[in-house]
Ligand binder design. Sequence first.
Ligand SMILES: Nc1ncnc2c1ncn2[C@@H]1O[C@H](COP(=O)(O)OP(=O)(O)OP(=O)(O)O)[C@@H](O)[C@H]1O
Ligand SMILES: [Mg+2]
Length: 338
Amino acid sequence: MKTPVLTFFNNKGGVGKTSLIYHLAWMYASLRKRVVVFDLDPQANLTAAFLDEDEIEVIWGQPGKGSTIFQCVKPLTSVADVVQPILQNIATDLYLLPGDVSLSGYEDLLSTEWPNSMGDNNLYRPMRILSSFWQVMQMAAQKIQADIILVDIGPTLGAINRSVLVATDYVIIPLGADLFSLQGLKNLGPTLRSWKKLWQKRLDNWNENHEKEDYPQFKLPQGKMKPIGYVCQQHGVRLDRPVIAYDKWVKQIPNVYREFVLEETPAEHIRQSEDPYCLATIKHYRSLISMAQEHRKAVFNLTSADGAIGSHSLAVQDAKKDFKFLAEKIAKNIGVEL
Ligand SMILES: Nc1ncnc2c1ncn2[C@@H]1O[C@H](COP(=O)(O)OP(=O)(O)OP(=O)(O)O)[C@@H](O)[C@H]1O
Ligand SMILES: [Mg+2]
């Protein structure tokens, strides 16, 4: 069985995608699920959260090795094939395939091969390139017997993210309670449906083509892209704005999600606190976030030795409960037993 791929995505940037994945990765590892995290955002913020600059410098300085996602797929830009990923073992049951600023250079090839993959012949190479992220993800998962693949991407609707979504089984949408996040949500729903449909066309085209018989071992992702819910982030709230403005946007989220992401009829009087699609509301961790970044830890793993004393230590315990609850809820949605 293939390892489920879970991608966190919103067309609005800065909504806390990277921080959320970082914390969930630590939480799953502590629950003894083996996680492999893929940093597919060319900004590589998630990589910087896990590794220090010296470590990243060494990794980026070894092109051709398979130590970053770009190094793994780069051979496809010439005549060779993807290479086996070299994963960073961050902790017990926690692995990372680092991101790479150079990954943006792959966007053009993914754009060019998208129409080529709908032709009548020479389909293998375009299909290999378009599914290359998934090929590397599954190689990595097999190598370490991973239970879950968590994927971070940037907030764009470009060819890199389209290929990541093609590789994705489940999508979680982090958002803030503001106009921009809701607009991002409105753009995201139709985009996901369109990518799913267009990938299905490519799969059908490949399956009907005689070329398929020449590559019996070649497996392709199904492009499921199933949205399983949203996570509302409170840290984006501007402290100078009245609570009433926050409430106004919070009230709209359940129905915008239903209408634009699920194409469902809006529900009447549904509050976010009762909305089954609201997976969690993440609190504003204030100074604990920078404390956690400084110690390269999840907020909920901070100790008094790190400076989490007094009210901080209560907030740390709350964060642990909240993230455990969220990790369990997601696992249930994607069929992973804890
Ligand atoms: N729960 C939180 N409490 C306080 N600050 C937070 C919280 N979550 C994230 N932040 C901060 O908010 C900023 C944006 O978060 P993050 O980088 O995770 O967002 P992102 O959606 O991944 O952004 P991008 O779209 O640029 O990739 C960061 O400075 C991060 O430290
Ligand atoms: Mg990010």
